[in-house]
Design a protein around this ligand. Structure first.
Ligand SMILES: NC(=O)c1ccc[n+]([C@@H]2O[C@H](COP(=O)([O-])OP(=O)(O)OC[C@H]3O[C@@H](n4cnc5c(N)ncnc54)[C@H](O)[C@@H]3O)[C@@H](O)[C@H]2O)c1
Length: 326
């Protein structure tokens, strides 16, 4: 849309790459920032010509001055904040995890506050990890406003961000929408605790067996759909500070494997039915629906086929590293 310039943080990550793909296909102005500099994941989704239309820049979200300066320098109107360190890294390096995930998010809110008016919308990544194990939530589907009982430092940091957002609305009327993905899957989902779903598809396309290290009920969200949700939330004009559960495909890992085998009969995929992820899967997404209307939702079968086709093309072009399967 004319007059819009998006600042994306964590743009070289999985969800970031899909946000770039969507924004580029609309012809939007984008400042694509990340601490990393090699656009490997965007390169799995965009052509060289499309990549050349994006302004890539290095930005460390822990650097307040740099974050605020970037919003000013580029006349940013919408911010999609995805930069973050995932569960294993926060556990291994709590101080760095807090600096990136918590201070980095405060810096984004500071930039929005200093330039609100020019900045018109802010969406950012929280996580379902703000919630506790499913047995603690007897009222289903689980609403956005249930108690947050995070079980990891990562979840604690994401909880802090949701509370930071609440205070920026309360004290300075800076509105924001947090999204809480559960399992995001698709091309470019190559790291993190729950990346096994995407890796099972990649392994099948590569002719290899794969073992998913968990089982039980989960909520699967196709990366393209999640990207569209972040963009729609940044543009929504929502007034307040809210955190939204995502739903899309709620099913057992056993059902995912069955559908995968129907779509890709060569699949040799197993899973660990005894290792349940410590989150509820039956999630209520009416909060998100009230903000953006219809929820982007590619069917599981269509998403598996799309992912398999993309992985096949990437494998023959030598653009995907199978070392991620080890
Ligand atoms: N993928 C999922 O299933 C999932 C689920 C819940 C929440 N999330 C959240 O969504 C966001 C994006 O997830 P993803 O899967 O794309 O993650 P990812 O790990 O693929 O990407 C994160 C990006 O953040 C960048 N980054 C790290 N430190 C930075 C810093 N100091 N400054 C700037 N950039 C920095 C990394 O270089 C990386 O490109 C994250 O905040 C994550 O916690 C993801």
């Amino acid at each position: 849309m004319t007059g819009e310039t998006f600042l994306l943080t964590g743009s070289l990550g999985c969800i970031g790459a899909w946000v770039l793909r969507n924004l580029v296909s609309e012809g939007a102005n984008i400042v694509a920032s990340d601490l990393a500099t090699d656009p490997i994941r965007p390169g799995q989704l965009l052509s060289d010509e499309e990549l050349s239309r994006i302004h890539f820049t290095k930005l460390d979200v822990t650097d307040r001055k740099a974050v605020v300066g970037m919003v000013a320098e580029h006349g940013i109107t919408h911010i999609i904040h995805l930069a973050g360190l995932q569960v294993p890294f926060c556990r291994a390096n709590p101080s760095v995890g807090a600096a990136v995930n918590v201070v980095g998010t405060v810096n984004i809110f500071e930039a929005a506050r200093e330039h609100w008016g020019q900045v018109k919308g802010l969406s950012y990544a929280s996580s379902l990890a703000v919630l506790g194990p499913s047995h603690l939530y007897t009222d289903t589907p689980v609403r956005d406003d249930v108690d947050r009982i995070p079980q990891t430092l990562y979840g604690v940091y994401k909880t802090a961000n949701e509370e930071t957002a609440r205070i920026y609305w309360q004290d300075w009327q800076i509105p924001s929408t947090a999204l809480r993905p559960y399992i995001v899957y698709g091309v470019a989902r190559d790291q993190g605790m729950t990346s096994d779903i995407a890796k099972a598809i990649l392994a099948t396309v590569a002719g290899k067996p794969y073992h998913i290290k968990f089982g039980g009920p989960v909520a699967l969200q196709y990366a393209d759909d999640v990207a569209k949700m972040f963009i729609a939330c940044a543009r929504s004009g929502y007034q307040g500070a809210t955190s939204c559960n995502l739903r899309n495909d709620v099913l057992d890992v056993a059902e995912f494997v069955a559908v995968l085998k129907e779509e890709l009969p060569s699949a040799e995929v197993t899973f660990n039915a005894d290792n349940l992820l410590p989150f509820p899967a039956d999630l209520d997404d009416s909060g998100l629906r009230s903000i953006i209307g219809d929820i982007p939702h590619t069917s599981l079968r269509a998403a598996i086929r799309d992912t398999a086709d993309r992985f096949a093309a990437l494998l023959s072009a030598g653009k995907v590293d199978l070392a991620q399967l080890n």
